[in-house]
Ligand binder design. Sequence first.
Ligand SMILES: C[S@@+](CC[C@H](N)C(=O)[O-])C[C@H]1O[C@@H](n2cnc3c(N)ncnc32)[C@H](O)[C@@H]1O
Length: 269
Amino acid sequence: MSGESETPFEGVLRQIDDTVPFEPGYYNESYLDRRITARMRRRDTESHGEYERLLREDEEERQALMDALTINVTEFFRNPEMWEVLRDVLRERTSEQRRVRVWSAPSADGREPYSIAMLAHDDPEIDESRVEVLGSDISEEALENAREGVYHTTRTTDIAGELEPLSDPDRYVERDDDTFQVRPTVQRLVDFETHDLIRDGARDPFDVVLCRNLLIYIDVDHKGALFDTLEASLADDGVLVLGMTESVPPGRSDRYEPIDKRRRVFGRV
Ligand SMILES: C[S@@+](CC[C@H](N)C(=O)[O-])C[C@H]1O[C@@H](n2cnc3c(N)ncnc32)[C@H](O)[C@@H]1O
């Protein structure tokens, strides 16, 4: 992506690659284009060439672009209807008297893996002592937040609302006005680790792997590597959960059968 044939847009991508701790090659072009165009508008920049120069010279803009490119949106119990399917999976697996390992990859700021641990505690038919959760992400900053386990209600985030699927949220978070601290009983079930799903390869086999709301941003050339990681990390009778607008790539669909197609929960064949 250098030399005479480089387009101005590619020039911006190269500048990102060289100066921002972000891997533009992983993500699809339309996603990158949307975020870069939004920043260009904010800075009244007319052309990609002009924006490339701005990135080279302005540290603050590099930071602002990095923030805009990092897709870390998440929620506790995001898409509550999926969690009803997961509830049944956890009931069934823990009743088999064995350890049930769950991987939330990517975990962003921890709200997804903590939701799994909270659900395990909250449902009397799930034996939480058998559940172990790993949350991983490429972003160190997100993981720092995750380990801390502190979340805030803001103008755009309603933490109490997100926790509504629980019978008694106060058992799982300590609330001080708009600040919510996840309690140690929940934190004890969850570990966090840095992991790049495209580059770092498989992890121990897991009984359940959640990979939600990342595939939509990933370039088609890297989706295969990401799916290789997921597949090699799934136990033979494992369950895979994708985001509500994501699907198993066509060439691999014979390896999974839907447990609930609409909620994107699949069993490994
Ligand atoms: C939109 S969040 C999804 C979080 C959660 N799974 C959910 O659905 O709410 C996407 C996360 O993917 C992480 N991410 C981006 N590229 C990644 C990669 N190559 N490997 C692991 N995580 C990645 C980002 O840091 C971000 O936290």
